[in-house]
Design a protein around this ligand. Structure first.
Ligand SMILES: [Zn+2]
Length: 360
């Protein structure tokens, strides 16, 4: 038994490596687990292509005290290997997924329970404490969520992106009977579609440039899909909503033309919810907001209770996300077959999972 393990670590812009690093040891209140499946996320890709952005490079993260090179992977499932003193919610052998938010618990946002808005927030797999792309990890008990028997470890790795969609719908003004416009049909846009389907939304319109992704949106239950490069989105949404406009819009695209059209496609006093992380400043047509009394709101990842809600929705069959997995690769192929495929074969990929449990 060696005391080293394989870990995929971010060293800098377009530089991720399979490294041999020490196996972390258990401590009180923590859980040691063996990651099994780990998704590659759009934010990992942003770090790879244009980073480091979130990943601490010069100054150490204020909570983890770590700086790059850091182990990647924040969308993952695993099996518990060992629990530290005082841990009561899981035991060795349990199948789990990890809620990766790192927060201080003491700032003004945390005191209100808004840990995802923490002044010092970070993520396992981006800010330290290891990540899903390694063979062993030790995280606080509060990060670990048990998976029911009818949820596979593959699907367990999808709960994190689905929780983003869940949280967005949950804190938006969406209510049953509303018409919804979703901008972008990537993993997060598709997560929003699935959550809306689970909540019995009967008019989901998805605007997405990629034909394959429009097909995915249809398969996951979108009622209408629009190609914004061919169709006037504002006129089409008006037609599909009986002339009213959409009640709520969810922006999972994060590009200027999407915001411009969305603000006009939403009805008076409707709301546009931004989920996207922007690479640069956007311009808002303020008078489209003012003269129709529209609202524009941001959402950030997920909050307490969202993972549990998604696990329940999958377990009861209200959401069936397996179809999001378009490819599985091994730990030593992350750069070549994971990141590069998501860049070069974006059209055909939704979620690439790394089969960490298969070894290298
Ligand atoms: Zn805080």
């Amino acid at each position: 038994m060696t005391d080293k393990m394989n870990a995929v670590r971010f060293h800098g812009n377009k530089d991720i490596r399979l490294d041999q690093i020490p196996i972390p040891t258990i401590k009180p209140g923590h859980v040691k687990l063996a990651p099994k499946f780990c998704g590659i996320c759009g934010s990992d890709l942003h770090e790879y292509l244009g980073g480091p952005n979130i990943i601490p490079s010069k100054d150490a993260h204020p909570i983890t005290g770590e700086t790059l090179p850091l182990t990647l992977g924040h969308e993952f499932s695993g099996v518990v290997e060992e629990v530290g003193e005082g841990v009561t919610t899981v035991k060795a052998g349990d199948r789990v997924c990890v809620q990766p938010i790192i927060y201080d618990g003491s700032c003004r946002a945390c005191k209100r329970g808004l840990v995802n808005c923490c002044d010092q927030n970070g993520f396992v797999g981006l800010s330290g404490w290891g990540g899903g792309l390694c063979e062993h990890i030790v995280v606080p008990e509060s990060c670990v969520k048990s998976l029911p028997d009818n949820i596979s470890l593959e699907v367990g790795a999808l709960i994190e992106p689905l929780a983003v969609g869940w949280h967005a719908v949950d804190i938006s003004p969406y209510k049953e009977g509303d018409s919804v416009l979703v901008l972008g049909g990537g993993p997060i846009g598709l997560a929003v579609v699935q959550v809306l389907v689970g909540k019995k939304c009967n008019n989901i319109i998805v605007s997405e440039v990629s034909g394959r992704r429009r097909e995915f949106a249809k398969n996951f239950g979108a009622h209408h899909v629009i190609d914004p490069t061919k169709v006037d989105v504002v006129a089409e949404v008006e037609r599909l909503t009986g002339g009213e406009g959409a009640d709520v819009g969810f922006d999972a695209a994060g590009v200027q033309p999407a915001v411009d059209t969305a603000l006009q496609a939403i009805k008076a006093r409707g709301t546009l919810v931004n989920i996207a992380v922007w690479e640069k400043r956007a311009t808002l047509a303020m008078n489209d907001i003012v003269f129709r009394e529209r609202a524009y709101m941001g959402i950030a990842t997920y909050s307490l209770g969202d993972f549990e809600a998604v696990i329940k929705a999958i377990s009861t069959g209200a959401m069936k996300p397996e179809g999001m997995i378009t490819k599985k690769i091994k730990l030593d192929r992350v750069a070549e077959e994971g990141f590069k495929a998501l860049i070069e074969d974006k059209e055909n990929q939704v979620k690439i999972l790394v089969d960490v449990g298969a070894g290298i």
